[in-house]
Design a protein. Structure first.
Length: 143
């Protein structure tokens, strides 16, 4: 029997699709138990429980999430993405450029770092709703 290994790119694409469809069970299943997740320059989440808690905090403000993939590349289990992330929900619409780095080992994401301009995001949030801006800032720093 031939064993076909899932590429790191496929794992990342499946993970981002799970987030788009708000399928947290699938997203969680694709994360390693000891994953390190960081929205640079904010502090990193260490472990699957912390990463999922942060993602659920984002989903409290945004009821819809879309990824527009511009570029994706893989080398030795490291996947680089250049994308536009769109989060929207009642009273909020955020659209911002993100460069993400994912390390995949044994079919699981072990490290995920997203780089984006936090001032752009904060400016969009402030325009949407001061209350949502306060909740978003709190969700970023309450780890």
């Amino acid at each position: 029997m031939i064993k076909v290994e899932t590429s790191a790119t496929t794992v990342v694409e499946e993970f981002l699709h799970a987030l788009e469809t708000l399928d947290m069970a699938t997203a969680e299943a694709l994360l390693d138990d000891n994953v390190v997740y960081q929205n640079v320059p904010l502090p990193a989440d260490r472990g699957k429980t912390a990463a999922i808690a942060t993602l659920k905090n984002f989903m409290r403000i945004a009821t819809a999430f879309e990824v527009r993939m511009h570029s994706i590349a893989e080398r030795d289990g490291v996947v680089l993405t250049e994308r536009t992330d769109i989060l929207s929900g009642p009273g909020v619409h955020l659209e911002f450029w993100v460069c993400g780095t994912f390390t995949v080992k044994n079919g699981k994401i072990t490290e995920w770092k997203d780089y984006f301009d936090i001032l752009t995001v904060m400016g969009q949030i402030a325009k949407s709703s001061p209350g949502i801006a306060a909740a978003f800032v709190k969700s970023l720093f309450n780890r």
